[in-house]
Design a protein around this ligand. Structure first.
Ligand code: NAD
Ligand code: GLY
Length: 370
């Protein structure tokens, strides 16, 4: 069977008056119908970057022209290194210089960097304006555009300044993934793989069986992976929107991963690459604590490697590498009273958050870094 188009699927994220739909399908971005029934406004601002704009801004503009009298846009510089105050301010400059009002709808057209910054701008401009996520990377479609975490980085820590602020809609157009560089596609696969060990082993089995189709960006496989990932994230966020408990499991691999990103300098490793390697480290720590067996660590590591992702952490400090990781991980938002918290796998498909003895963490870092 080779359908020309995969049918559009809708995943609902249930958050009382902040509920919204995630649309997943082909050719959605340039369709006027995709953007119906959003809050009424005279103007829209497309926030994108210098890489994505030439690829998709014209199609989005065309589709939005049916719904808005004025469509403005701003093209931010591209890169994690620009996820900062200075760049965020360009969005506010653009909104104010165009006399945008509190009804203006922001459209985030890009990957997680654009999405996180646009969401934060929407949360704070005039104390909150509506925004729509149009994620164009795999990572953004399966994770960052969903759930309302918005932020910018601080030199001392990743995503340290931000807000919980839900979009009005998320539009995952599978066709845009075709222009993604292979390295970015692999980075997105890291966040897909993440959902298996923390909550859904049948999905993990499916990813193992379909990893080659996913790496080749085969549409049917991608449609399933994006939908299942969004379903899992929607469930978790629906239970715990502001990360009082359960939502923290979505940070599997992120405690080590954020240390890698901050330690190397933002942008050196992609976020998904750092998370992938962080998952290997967190799985090793889980095994060290006797929660899972070595065979599962081996299985997860093999899948991450097949996805084209790093399995060895970088050395961040030649004198005291483990000490450097520990110092950076202290800044993690999950840390409590100086105790670093890790997302650990309790058994395949089940995660929990807890601290671990420092000597054990040091041993894992020493073993997992090359
Ligand atoms: P990114 O936004 O930097 O995009 C990756 C690269 O791909 C960029 O160069 C971008 O311009 C380019 N690109 C985007 N779409 C493209 C397309 N269709 N074709 C060709 N090139 C394209 O990186 P990302 O991996 O999407 O997102 C990473 C960010 O997301 C990090 O800042 C991370 O902290 C954040 N994040 C947030 C959450 C959340 O819940 N809010 C979750 C996970 C990650
Ligand atoms: N990416 C982790 C979260 O959304 O909670």
């Amino acid at each position: 069977m080779n359908a020309l188009h995969t049918p559009t699927e809708t995943v609902r994220i249930d958050l009382a008056d902040r509920s919204y739909d995630i649309l997943i399908g082909e050719n959605l971005l340039g369709e006027a119908g995709t953007y119906g029934q959003l809050p009424k406004a005279a103007a829209a601002l497309i926030v994108t970057n210098t890489t994505v704009s030439p690829l998709y801004e014209a199609a989005l503009r065309q589709a939005l022209s049916v719904h808005y009298k004025s469509i403005h846009s701003i093209q931010l510089p591209d890169g994690e290194v620009y996820k900062d105050w200075l760049t965020l301010n360009l969005v506010f400059d653009s909104l104010l210089s165009r006399a945008c009002d509190r009804k203006t709808v922001l459209f985030a057209l890009g990957g997680g960097v654009v999405g996180d910054m646009t969401g934060f701008a929407a949360a704070s401009f005039m104390r909150g304006v509506p925004f729509v996520q149009v994620p164009t990377t795999l990572l953004a479609q399966v994770d960052s555009s969903v759930g309302g975490k918005t932020a910018i980085n601080h030199p001392m820590g990743k995503n340290m300044i931000g807000a919980f602020y839900q979009p009005q809609r998320v539009v995952c157009d599978l066709n845009v993934l075709k222009t993604l560089p292979a390295r970015e596609l692999s980075a997105g696969l890291a966040e897909i793989i993440k959902y298996g060990p923390i909550s859904d082993m049948p999905f993990f089995d499916w990813i193992e069986a379909n990893i080659d189709a996913l790496k080749a960006c085969q549409t049917q496989a991608m449609a399933h992976a994006v939908k299942r990932s969004c379903e899992i994230k929607a469930y978790v966020v629906g239970q715990d929107e502001r990360e009082a408990g359960l939502r923290a499991i979505l940070n599997f691999g992120h405690t080590f991963g954020h240390a890698i990103e901050a330690g190397l300098g933002y942008g050196e490793w992609l976020h998904g690459e750092a998370v992938a390697c962080g998952m290997v480290m967190a799985a090793n720590l889980s095994a060290e604590l006797g929660l899972i067996d070595a065979a599962f660590v081996k299985r997860l590591t093999a899948l991450i490697e097949r996805a084209g992702l790093p399995i060895k952490g970088p050395v961040l400090n030649a004198q005291d590498n483990a000490g450097q990781y520990l110092a950076l991980m202290l800044h993690d938002k999950k840390s409590v009273a100086g105790d670093i918290q890790f997302v650990l796998i309790e058994g395949p498909g089940k995660a929990r958050v807890s601290a671990a003895p420092e000597a054990m963490v040091r041993a894992v870092i020493d073993r997992c870094c090359a």
